[in-house]
Write a protein that binds this ligand. Structure first.
Ligand SMILES: [Zn+2]
Length: 632
């Protein structure tokens, strides 16, 4: 990769949370990112898989064709120069690297320094105009020191990422090793170097295929089949330095390729949750990213996933995933229960998703439908780690697609989370009675829950005949004195759609969208129309959210939310490319349905492939897939 004669451009191909996979191009090279840059030096044999290099510019051959990244007057190599020392003051380098290696690292390229920027350790010292540019490499000069303090690292990386363009690439020198690479990419970094492999080899450490490392003397059977290891019978303890380095390079590179695959498949978070087990400070880092960095990560997380996607909740950290926290917050802040519902029924979850397709929920459904005024009953499924899942939202991500280990017993923190959410939920949603078909110890009366009717029997399954009979009996006792629900079947379905719309768009937009609609179809596949018979939207299979038609979008066009405005002067055909976007609502997340305007004219609806801020910044890529254009 040569940055000597270039204008760099970054083209993002896919994102997974804050991580991005793409191509960094110059006139003569294309580099797949995230990537690891290898030192190009006569001291070390460069591995055959290396794509990007770090090298020293020989001033006598300034226009040579060597693939080089040239930054600063060497992070590793000090050169007397008053102008450049200012930059170098911020640079912290691993002292243990030999001088001969250091000089092969970053060199300053005066012609193109505006695309290669060394960032100081304090984000407040960074010039805003520098961050406003796109397609540039931002080098975090103090990466090693920053990374030693997980909270500082998270604060720094989120501050930089929020202020720089989505197309900028973050280079974190010296800190990537097989254990840390996944979480570094997940935090939003793109470029790394192979320093860890050199240092590890110098310390006679051997990267193991599980991303940990061991001293070569402790390895009595080589567990690796990399090109280096598979061509020798020798044990790592008798490897030469170069053999050991080639192996360690391979391990680092193998992890990088796994990360590329994980980003493509939207499974980077799963990989991160596995890798952080290698060190407590990595767990700490992820916890800070989920808490302090929540807003940053959430903005970059999709609201819907491909139907085949399963969120594997296999660790404590999985419960703090941004999409889970966002689901919980939207249930509490946006969602409004259907107004005809008077009795809250809390049900246990099922392994099969959506819940209503499971045997247990079909039994609950039979018991509920025996009750005369059963349309007054509102079902909420209680589950960990999501908390409360109103029946109308059981098809949405992640409620429709998570997997969790089920033992039947609840941890104290899970109980507390559920109780707190229920208390909060009941402040915004009123019922005349609450019935719990859950273990008795799970929910307790509180300031918002005066009385709970328990319908499940101790020592019996929730699906046993006796439990189900008790459930029907309690619900009948509670509903029979109540006024019957006079709502038509259509109005009941309308309220179901409205409830989903409040979760998806907020109350104001939901009310505008669902006013006087006519609903057709059988749950869960509902379509809805206006009085003239024009379709406004539907709940498509596998998404669980409303997919709008152009007419549906038009009903919400007086609000300035979920809106993407594009340049005038061209005809929109299939999709909206991000350079055409002038402004987009900050509320938009990848996977959302959005309203598209050309100037002031309403064009139609589409699905967002980027979040709102991202689509107004990216130089390449599809921002919105147009689905329905307004008929002229
Ligand atoms: Zn090996």
């Amino acid at each position: 990769m040569s940055f000597q004669d270039i204008i760099m451009q970054f083209q993002c191909e896919s994102t997974d949370g804050p991580a991005q996979k793409g191509i960094l191009s110059t006139e003569s090279y294309k580099l797949k990112t995230p990537t690891i840059l290898f030192p190009k030096s006569s001291l070390y044999q460069t591995p055959h898989f290396a794509e990007g290099f770090i090298d020293v510019i020989d001033n006598t051959k300034k226009n040579g064709r060597n693939p080089i990244i040239t930054v600063g007057n060497s992070i590793y190599f000090h050169q007397e120069s008053t102008e450049k020392e200012v930059v170098e003051d911020f640079i912290i380098i691993p002292e243990s690297l030999p001088q001969s290696v250091k000089k092969y690292f970053y060199q300053y390229d005066e012609q193109h320094h505006d695309q290669l920027i060394i960032l100081p350790s304090d984000p407040d010292l960074i010039n805003e105009s520098i961050l406003a540019k796109s397609s540039q490499i931002l080098i975090v000069s103090n990466a090693l020191q920053l990374f030693s303090n997980p909270l500082n690292y998270v604060k720094y990386i989120t501050a930089i990422r929020k202020r720089c363009s989505y197309d900028s690439l973050l280079f974190l020198p010296s800190i990537a090793n097989p254990s840390t690479l996944a979480v570094l990419c997940y935090s939003g970094a793109d470029l790394f170097d192979a320093t860890s492999a050199i240092l590890t080899s110098r310390h006679h450490q051997f990267f193991l295929p599980d991303t940990t490392s061991s001293h070569v003397d402790s390895i009595h059977e080589n567990p690796c089949v990399c090109p280096m290891c598979s061509q020798t019978e020798q044990l790592p303890s008798s490897f030469s330095f170069d053999q050991l380095l080639q192996h360690n390079y391979s391990m680092l590179y193998q992890e990088l390729i796994l990360i590329h695959h994980a980003i493509q498949q939207h499974h980077l978070r799963d990989l991160v949750e596995k890798r952080i087990r290698n060190a407590p400070e990595l767990v700490t880092l992820l916890r800070y990213l989920d808490s302090t960095g929540y807003e940053y990560v959430e903005q970059r997380s999709s609201v819907s996933m491909p139907e085949s996607y399963i969120l594997q909740s296999t660790s404590r950290e999985a419960g703090f995933r941004p999409e889970i926290k966002r689901f919980q917050q939207r249930v509490l802040d946006r969602y409004q229960k259907p107004s005809n519902k008077k009795i809250l029924l809390l049900l246990p979850c099922s392994a099969k998703k959506p819940y209503s397709f499971s045997k247990s929920h079909q039994r609950f459904n039979q018991a509920i439908s025996k009750v005369k005024n059963h349309s007054l009953i509102h079902e909420i499924i209680i589950t960990s780690p999501l908390g409360l899942v109103p029946r109308e939202l059981e098809l949405t991500y992640p409620a429709a697609s998570y997997d969790i280990s089920v033992t039947g017993s609840w941890y104290e923190d899970e109980k507390q989370m559920i109780q707190e959410q229920l208390d909060h939920y009941l402040k915004n949603n009123c019922y005349e009675a609450i019935v719990s078909h859950l273990p008795k110890t799970l929910i307790h009366p509180s300031s918002n829950i005066e009385t709970i009717w328990h319908s499940s029997l101790q020592d019996e399954k929730a699906t046993s005949k006796n439990s189900l009979r008790k459930l029907s009996d309690i619900l009948s006792t509670l509903t029979s004195p109540m006024e019957p629900d006079f709502l038509s079947k259509n109005d009941q379905k309308r309220m179901q759609i409205q409830a989903i719309a409040t979760y998806q768009f907020g109350t104001k937009l939901a009310d505008a969208l669902t006013k006087n609609i006519i609903v057709k179809g059988k749950y869960p596949y509902l379509k809805f129309f206006d009085e003239k018979g024009q379709q406004l939207g539907m709940i498509p299979e596998g998404r669980g959210l409303i997919s709008l038609t152009a007419e549906g979008g038009k009903r919400m066009d007086q609000f300035h939310d979920y809106r993407v405005t594009i340049n005038t002067g061209f005809t929109v055909k299939g999709s909206i490319l991000s350079p055409g976007v002038t402004i987009a609502s900050k509320s938009i997340r990848k996977g959302d349905d959005v309203l598209v305007f050309q100037g002031d004219a309403y064009l139609g609806v589409g699905s967002a492939l980027m979040n709102g801020i991202e689509m107004s910044q990216r130089s390449y890529g599809v921002a919105v897939n147009m689905r329905h254009k307004q008929k002229n």
